[in-house]
Every structure is written in structure tokens, then in C-alpha cells.
Design a protein around this ligand. Sequence first.
Ligand SMILES: C[S@@+](CC[C@H](N)C(=O)[O-])C[C@H]1O[C@@H](n2cnc3c(N)ncnc32)[C@H](O)[C@@H]1O
Length: 247
Amino acid sequence: MTTEAPLPKTVGDLRHPVELYEASLAGAAVTLRTHQGNAHPLPAAVYLAQHVPGDESMLARCTGSVLDVGCGPGRLATALTRRGVRSLGIDISHRAVSLARAAGADVLHGSIFDPLPDAGNWSTALLADGNLGIGGEPVALLARLRTLLSHQGQVLVELEPPGAGAHRLMVQLEDAAGAASAWFPWAKVGVEAIDAVAGAAGLRVVDSWSDAERWFAALSRPLGAVPDQPRSRICSNPSAVAPATTT
Ligand SMILES: C[S@@+](CC[C@H](N)C(=O)[O-])C[C@H]1O[C@@H](n2cnc3c(N)ncnc32)[C@H](O)[C@@H]1O
């Protein structure tokens, strides 16, 4: 995986990235900038949509209980709830969590790296909309999800198009008035790179597909993998889990 170049200098006070992400959910035009100087609009309309072409191919593969990682305003978690699939969204943005709850999803406010309910018992973890980039360390993120899944559990992950390779990058959000966030790490993993990334996290690619010009893979433990230590289900009440909060 390639690593980042030196960051451009930023002038003035820097906002928290979540502040600008939330402004985009409230309708502000927000740009995502990479350290290499690329910029494109943050696609808030996609996050706020009820359905995006290609979603169904992920939703149809969801089995058992589903953890929607970085669920945003809850497009996928809500769709799962509507079809009677047990799902829990998790997101660090209060605004996203509020929107998702208002739409009918069961959602925790917190980070995927916080203690979470039912660790070791989830059937499916979803990483949609580029969320494999969360934290800038895809191997660490997948390894974390592996600890949350049951032995037969799967990660359904959306990938970058073929040819994208695998990159760690530093990104920044900026609004139309020039207010910029602190730089934060992100990552992009293309179709051809997922075997190596999954393997490094103790997972393997068991399926891959493309739909509506989106690319996806299903990951699970290798055949013959030794089961992790059994985990209890005692922590099934999200409100009992700290530091993820339900406010
Ligand atoms: C690219 S957006 C995807 C939004 C979402 N999939 C949707 O349909 O709207 C990334 C999301 O990940 C959330 N996020 C970032 N870091 C996170 C973390 N460590 N744990 C949980 N969510 C996180 C952000 O708040 C944001 O909602």
C-alpha cells in the first residue's frame, strides 16, 4: 500500500472533520481534498438518499445480524430494518446518528473501535460508500471487524474500481467559505488489492461482484481457521456500552 506525501500547509483555525461532515448533511457544499491536491464534492446527497443503485446487491447478501459500520444517516441500516433484518448502525457523527434514528434505524453513537455490544456474534459487517477507508488502516479495520463477527461471519465491503490500487492518504474537508478541517487519515482499496488486504487481516475473499458501477467483495475467515475464544452475549444492550453513547 502506498503512503502519503507531505501535507500542504493550512492557514487559520482547523475544524473537526465531523463538524464539516455534519454541515454537508445539513445542506452545505463541502469539498473533500487529498494531500496530493485532488478535490471533489463530498457526496452528501448519496448519504442522505433512501436508496442508491447497487445497494440491493449488498442488502440481499446480508445474513443474520448486521453491523452497519459508519452508517451515516442510515440508508442501509434503515433498509435492513424495514425488511425485518436485525441491524445496528454505528457512527461517530451525532447528526448522522439522529438522522438514522429518525429514519427508523437502531444506531449507536461511537467509533467502530469502541467496545460494542455482541462482540464476536455479528453475522455481517457492512463497509459501504468507501468506509473501508475509515481510520486510514484497512487491515486494522478489517481485523477489528473480524473480532466482532461470529466464526462464520462475513464482511461485505465496497471497493474502489479496478485499477485504483491501495493507498493510504490524508484528507481534509473544506466548506464554500474556506473553513477547513484538520487533516485525517483515510484509505482507498481497489478491486485488485482486496485479496492482499483481507489476507493480512486474517480474512479471505469469498465473493466479488459489480453492480451499478460499484464494486464489492464478501470476506470471511479462511477455511479451517481456528475459532476465536467464545464470547458471551451479555452485552446486548447498546446503552450499557461505554464509551459509545446513545445520545
Ligand atoms: C463516507 S461516509 C459514509 C456514510 C454512510 N455509509 C451512508 O450511507 O451515509 C463515512 C461515515 O463513517 C463515519 N465514521 C468515520 N469514522 C468512524 C469510526 N471510527 N467509527 C464509526 N463511524 C465512523 C462518518 O461519520 C461517516 O458517517
